[in-house]
Design a protein around this ligand. Structure first.
Ligand SMILES: [Zn+2]
Ligand SMILES: [Zn+2]
Length: 409
């Protein structure tokens, strides 16, 4: 903004700023259109695997430094380029935004390209979302199950859980809680039924029922554990021959053997020439303390661009069977997928935890940051984009997209 511009009246300043916004928005839409095409090429030719990224959208989020949700839109459009040529052309020409076309590509029916290309020229993202929802829904059998969720939030002295289940599983959950509510209620009545004095604890509610359910689950797990068979994977290892077999099971591949040897929950029995020489648990097992220290240090999967935080494995950088010690400097947290990929020979993990180097399957070093750098090419030449009209939508007069009746051929 130049100094002279600030001497203008607010209305005029805004006009100038809007003109610049329109110019930039057009360019950004055109650039997003090209980014979508690049994602489509990576997806179509399955190039993402080389990088060790978990998915094309994870790769796009990593390399462009955008939020995962944003990258999901890019990939949703990329996967339906053929179904929405006009909408994508609208992006390439700077007229339609990534978010507008993303809403269409994520939910709209095949064959609706022309319908939405026209609508998107005037409709906001929210209006497009409504329009897509007004499409007649296919029969319920093909409707996806609602997403299952387990959300835990800590607030001061309490922790709040929110669980979201599809109907059938919710019914199972309700029945289990109900049966335990019956049980704890019966117990309360037996113990305190007559006495209504102040000594009696409050009548059990559904939280008590849930905790009773949790404890019952614990008890049965503990009862099972001494036999070991259900909760522990047992491996017989011949360290000299570098071969291992599952207990009463098949010989393991090299990749599976190394993967299991990293995994602290498996029990390893050392053998030489088929003779048992002892259990190798002590050196390999990751203690609670060590695990906490690792979690505190690494926070998430250490493979650049991953960021996974769930079900992480502790991996021995120098493999345990090659003499790598179970010490903090030789351990890193990796997600199960990257762990498998590493032991299958996909990505390499070398160095110590402090000087870690991760390479892809071609030996190129993976780096954490996005690819962004100052542009050297001129911005795409497109018309300024003033965005959707933002007029109130009169849904009563709107005709949703109607898929053509199926033809019998
Ligand atoms: Zn490992
Ligand atoms: Zn990972």
């Amino acid at each position: 903004m130049s100094a002279t511009a600030t001497s203008l009246a607010p209305k005029e300043r805004l006009e100038l700023l809007f003109a610049e916004l329109a110019e930039l928005t057009g360019q950004r839409n055109a650039i997003d259109g090209r980014i979508v095409e690049i994602a489509a090429e990576i997806d179509r030719d399955e190039l993402a695997g080389v990088t060790g990224a978990r998915s094309v959208s994870a790769l796009m989020a990593w390399k462009t430094g955008v939020a995962p949700r944003n990258a999901e839109s890019v990939v949703a459009i990329a996967r339906r380029l053929d179904a929405f040529p006009r909408c994508v052309q609208g992006m390439r020409e700077g007229r339609l935004s990534l978010d507008q076309v993303g809403v269409i590509a994520e939910r709209a029916a095949d064959g609706s390209d022309a319908h939405y290309a026209q609508l998107a020229a005037v409709a906001t993202v929210a209006q497009l979302r409504t329009a897509v929802k007004l499409e007649p829904q296919p029969e319920s059998e093909s409707k996806p199950e609602p997403r299952r969720e387990f959300i835990r939030t800590e607030d001061g002295e309490h922790t709040t859980y929110r669980i979201r289940l599809p109907r059938v599983e919710a019914a199972k959950f309700d029945a289990a809680v109900q049966s335990h509510h019956d049980k704890v209620s019966a117990e309360w009545t037996r113990d305190h039924g007559e006495a209504t004095g102040d000594q009696a604890p409050p009548f059990p509610n559904r939280v008590d029922a849930l905790m009773s359910l949790v404890e019952a689950g614990w008890d049965s797990d503990v009862a099972r554990r001494p036999h070991g068979a259900h909760t522990t994977v047992v491996v017989h290892l011949d360290p000299e021959k570098h071969s291992a077999a599952l207990h009463l099971g098949p010989v393991l591949s090299d990749a599976d053997r190394r993967l299991l040897l990293c995994d602290a929950t498996c029990e390893v029995w050392l053998e030489r020439h088929g003779q048992l020489i002892g259990a190798g648990r002590t050196t390999r097992t990751i203690s609670r303390r060590l695990r906490r220290a690792l979690e505190h240090r690494d926070r998430c999967c250490v493979v650049p661009g991953c960021g996974a935080t769930r079900g992480l494995h502790a991996h021995h950088i120098q493999h345990w069977e090659d003499g790598g010690p179970t010490e903090l400097w030789n351990l890193v947290l990796v997600c199960p997928q990257h762990h498998r990929e590493h032991h299958r020979g996909g990505i390499t993990i070398t160095g110590t935890a402090d000087t870690l180097v991760v390479t892809d399957s071609d030996g190129d070093v993976l780096t954490h940051g996005p690819l962004a750098r100052p542009p050297t090419e001129p911005a795409p030449v497109v018309e300024p984009c003033r965005g959707p009209l933002g007029e109130r939508a009169y849904w009563r007069w709107y005709t949703p997209f109607q898929p053509p009746p199926p033809t019998n051929n």
